[in-house]
Design a protein around this ligand. Structure first.
Ligand code: NAP
Length: 265
């Protein structure tokens, strides 16, 4: 699978990662199978949050014995300084004593929580810092956070129906050498409900596309400003299907335009 650097001087990561919102909270024991499928397919970045019910703890359980194969991204999500420290203590306990990318979730109390994340980094418990937001209404504040030079990566939505990041966030990330993690590559699954037929995907076959989810992922990776996308799934075979989209070749403008037409008709 292709690897890209998480910002200037950051680690090289395979372009396909995995999210855990909803899929892990509801799953229980099956999460081990999905994590095994992900790691076996070469996926490294696994994303979670205390906002996702018991997903962080389940991810930690599923990684027992394989923690070093993964690059774990999780988040702090609270207005309270005390609760922020508790979330960090729990996450460190569940996730093998270190967090690879620690992000401020939805920019909640970002000044306080980013300072905590930096302190944990200085103690050697966190490797990289980040901030996330899902809403275009918060992107100008996210850009302000990026301009402080204190985050190594941002996590934002990007897919053919959600392109607001193209205006400010992606150019700024490229200029500043900040990594980009793409949430919601399938629009929380909404982009898959009315999937195009096989004949409509024919022009994409020579790019290694066999399925519509793979076309959507390749559309994202064809933008070189993206570092990793994190589709969530509860099914090991879908994790393998998604991981297969991490191999070049990438689309040119014509193929990107085709995917945009199919996704927005
Ligand atoms: N949504 C947000 O606002 C948000 C915010 C912050 C962070 N994130 C992070 O971003 C991650 C990804 O976003 P997301 O979970 O919202 O949505 P997503 O990845 O765009 O879509 C997930 C949905 O797609 C389905 N799916 C995945 N692969 C598939 C395949 N190959 N074929 C058919 N269906 C497939 C999954 O269902 P099955 O389980 O049935 O496969 C699931 O319902 C989250 O898990 C989280 O870590 C999201």
């Amino acid at each position: 699978m292709e690897k890209r650097s998480l910002g200037d001087g950051g680690p090289e990561l395979p372009v396909v990662g995995m999210g855990t919102w909803r899929t892990f909270d509801m799953l229980g024991g099956a999460s081990r199978d999905v994590v095994d499928a992900a790691l076996d397919a070469g996926v490294e970045l696994l994303d979670s949050s205390p906002m996702y019910g018991s997903a962080e703890e389940l991810l930690g359980d599923a990684l027992k014995g394989r923690r070093d194969d993964a690059f774990v991204a999780t988040k702090i999500w609270t207005h309270s300084a005390d609760e922020g420290r508790h979330q960090a203590e729990r996450a460190l306990r569940w996730l093998g004593g270190h967090i690879d990318l620690y992000q401020v979730h939805n920019l909640v109390a970002w000044r306080e929580q980013l300072a905590l994340i930096e302190a944990l980094r200085d103690e050697g418990l966190v490797r990289y810092t980040g901030a996330t937001h899902y809403s275009p209404s918060a992107f100008s504040e996210l850009a302000d956070v990026m301009r402080t030079g204190r985050v190594d990566a941002v996590q934002i939505p990007y897919n053919p129906r959600e392109r607001a990041v193209e205006r400010q966030i992606l150019p700024l990330a490229a200029d500043m050498g900040i990594g980009v993690v793409v949430m919601r590559p399938f629009g929380e699954g909404g982009l898959l409900w009315d999937a195009p037929g096989q004949s409509e995907l024919e022009p994409l076959r020579e790019f290694g596309v066999e399925t519509w989810p793979q076309a959507l992922l390749k559309w994202i990776f064809s933008d070189e400003r993206v570092t990793v996308a994190i589709p969530a799934t509860s099914k090991p075979e879908r994790m393998r299907e998604n991981a297969a989209a991490g191999e070049p070749p990438w689309f040119g403008p014509e193929e990107r335009a085709l995917v945009e037409r199919l996704a927005t008709r």
